[in-house]
Design a protein around this ligand. Structure first.
Ligand code: NAI
Length: 431
């Protein structure tokens, strides 16, 4: 069996590395249009930082795991094709600011159709709006000239969390596979189940219909983000009343019906998925006439924006209502610890908010490069998720300095804002 994956990103790279590790008899090839990324996957400096990833890649790269830009060849030869490309928020046209932009997905589907001379199982790994498989099925069938080629579409959303991706992939709470309730659909589901069954107990491999699987991913992210927004909303009330949000979180988290995870108040959630997926969920609700449901979920995003803004305002008000020309140390730029990922990190909005009021931000993060920070601070909203976006840091800001030593960031600073919970920040001698 041959597996190919389109998209060598945070999802495609680690998931395929784990499949290759656990299924040594299956050849796994990850392809991408981004040559630089593929080059990095073939080196010892992988394009993404994820604890344990390099070891897994090193064990199977060249054995049964390959990274390539020769998309047409490897897709043509594959039996199962995972599609793990970007599904960003639309910035123009109908649904701008909410709907998922399926340009890259559709492009991948057209390419699959054009090179296929044998039947394929096409797996949605990207997070997509519910009912995407229907549209993709049409694209695949209409663009394939060989009438004997059959495409079976499965939804296999990825639930890994960045920072713990390798552990999540090695030992997932569950794997979800959705497919059509037809004979060929059930057979395709069984084929994919047999891949995961190499290392995951059968009872943790859930099967469902296509639409349930697609919607389960959006729902999971909406629920996770909702917990963060809920505790952040309570943090505002705590600050106004003298209650301590950590004590409140602990008190409610010990209730087994609520549970203790995802109850840490923070500057807000970030990452490439939560906001994008909730906006997408809202758009799907609106497009089927469920305005109230859309408004309900939209509040999760609004509360997150409020929390970031509230943080900026608190910093400014704690400094006699002016940060003009004041140096502020920013500890942490990644959206959470143990990742170098900065997509939608709250640090972007916090730094921009402080700089707008005249502050000079001096940033330190153990994993994020200065180029990445400058790029993030000069990229328009939602544009980061486009592979062809020109990633130059041309609008470098005079009020941003990036340092590689946390003490240098703090030196002469009027304040320190800790924006990522990197473990090292807990052990500094702040005095
Ligand atoms: P990413 O941006 O890291 O990777 C996507 C890759 O696809 C890029 O390297 C891009 O060059 C490539 N690509 C785009 N169009 C292509 C084409 N036509 N042919 C070949 N390569 C193409 O994105 P990431 O984070 O891996 O996310 C991918 C999908 O997975 C998204 O839908 C996301 O919502 C979803 N997801 C992401 C998770 C995460 O933690 N990052 C977790 C679960 C799902």
């Amino acid at each position: 069996m041959k597996i190919a994956c389109i998209g060598a990103g945070y999802v495609g790279g680690p998931t395929m590395a784990m499949v290759a590790l656990k299924c040594p008899e299956i050849e796994v090839v990850v392809v991408d249009i981004n040559e630089e990324r593929i080059k990095a996957w073939n080196s010892d400096k992988l394009p993404i930082y994820e604890p344990g990833l390099l070891e897994v890649v090193k064990e199977c790269r060249g054995r049964n795991l390959f990274f390539s830009t020769d998309t047409r060849k490897h897709i043509g030869e594959a039996d199962i094709i995972f599609v793990s490309v970007n599904t960003p928020t639309k910035t123009n046209g109908i649904g701008a600011g909410k709907a998922a932009d399926l340009t890259y997905w559709e492009g991948a589907a057209r390419m699959i159709a054009s090179v296929s001379t044998s039947s394929k199982i096409v797996v949605e790994k990207s997070t997509v709006p519910v009912k995407t498989a229907e549209a993709i099925g049409k694209v695949l069938r209409r663009n394939c000239s060989d009438p004997n080629v059959n495409f079976e579409i499965l939804s296999n959303p990825e639930f890994l969390a960045e920072g713990t991706a390798i552990e999540d992939l090695r030992n997932p709470d569950r794997v979800l596979i959705g497919g059509a309730d037809t004979e060929t659909g059930r057979k395709a589901i069984e084929t994919l189940v047999s891949v995961y069954a190499h290392w995951i107990p059968r009872e943790r491999i859930l099967t469902a219909n296509l639409w349930s699987a697609e919607l389960a991913k959006l729902t999971a992210n909406a629920f996770l983000a909702q917990r963060i927004s809920s505790i952040n909303a309570i943090s505002a009330l705590c600050e106004a009343t003298g209650a301590d949000v950590q004590q409140v979180a602990h008190a409610i988290g010990t209730d087994s019906r609520i549970g203790s995870k995802f109850l840490n108040a923070s500057v807000g959630f970030g990452g490439s998925c939560f906001q994008k997926d909730i906006l997408n969920l809202c758009y799907v609700c609106e497009s089927v006439g469920l305005k109230e449901v859309a408004e309900y979920w939209y509040q999760v995003v609004s509360m997150n924006d409020y929390q970031k803004q509230r943080f900026v305002e608190r910093v400014i008000s704690a400094m006699f209502n002016t940060v003009s020309q004041k140096k502020i140390a920013i500890y942490g730029f990644a959206f959470k610890k143990d990742t170098g990922d900065t997509r939608e990190t709250p640090a972007i909005d916090v730094c921009k908010g402080l700089i707008r009021d005249g502050a000079k931000c001096c940033i330190y993060d153990p994993e994020v490069t200065p180029e990445q920070m400058f790029r993030d601070l000069s990229t328009p909203k939602f544009e980061w998720d486009r592979p062809n976006y020109s990633r130059s840091a041309s609008h470098m800001m005079d009020n941003v300095q990036v340092v590689s030593d946390p003490a240098a960031a703090a030196d002469g600073a009027h304040a320190i804002c800790v924006l990522t919970e990197w473990d090292e920040f807990k052990t500094y001698d702040y005095q």
